[in-house]
Design a protein around this ligand. Sequence first.
Ligand code: SF4
Length: 293
Amino acid sequence: MASFYRRIFRPVWNQFLTKVPGKKSIGQFARVAFDLMVPGRTIYPDVVVVMTTHCSLKCKNCNNLIPCYEEPYHIPAGELIKDIDTLLSHTDTCLKIQLMGGEPFVYPYLPEVLDYLKGHPKIMSVGITTNGTIIPKAEVLEKIAALPCKNIAISDYGLSQQKIKELCRTLKKYGISYHRSYARTWADPGGVECRNKSLKQLSKEYNSCFSSRYCRTMLNGKLFLCARSASLFDLGYMESSHDAFDIRLKRTDGEFRRELRNFFLKDYAEACNYCDHYLKKKIKAGEQKQEYS
Ligand code: SF4
């Protein structure tokens, strides 16, 4: 019960009240309450969807390890949409789908994904996280503007490659709401080696991390407990599949929902064995690797 409150109940309400943009209707309040309280219903705060491992920056200490990809790739639109569709077909409400990369605006199939998400009855809002280096094409901007409930999160690291002001002006012109966060420091995630922490320590670190509540990340047909976990697994640094829920595995609707709920309630992430966030050591945000600085 305590883990349900910590990992589903509280994050769902927080997300609903603070991150789903716009005025909420009584119907929406009732829906969230119903999906939270009625046994067998499935509701979760958000899903981060990795569309590409290409990025327009090369951050030295990227939490998601994107610069470690020697051969970055785009996920084919059909595959990505099918995985989101499978997940949503066994879901009643997802408060937010957060589109990520790498850099989402270098993803060539973004228009197709936006078409799929537009007006999806099970999604309450769509977010896109960008590093502000790319001004999207008019076609993309029009499709974002057409989403009923959306928000763009711009990470401003104060880098010369970033076109933050121009991006903000452009989004305003299209009537797209955005949030510009002035990130000047990050918590150092450290290297990708295994730290051999005890289960007790892993649980302590996972439970104190923001990601244990808001960062379930979809990559290549699997849902991971956090974004770093997804990249660690994808890059082969972490072999254990403890942190992964296989969306493509055939199950009945009941089995899917039960296992997904258990996945959300997991008490620790193996990825914390490959992360130093718990130490809260501050480093400069967005510092670029040599060839990009
Ligand atoms: S690996 Fe653990 S501590 Fe690091 S971001 Fe993921 S959940 Fe948080």
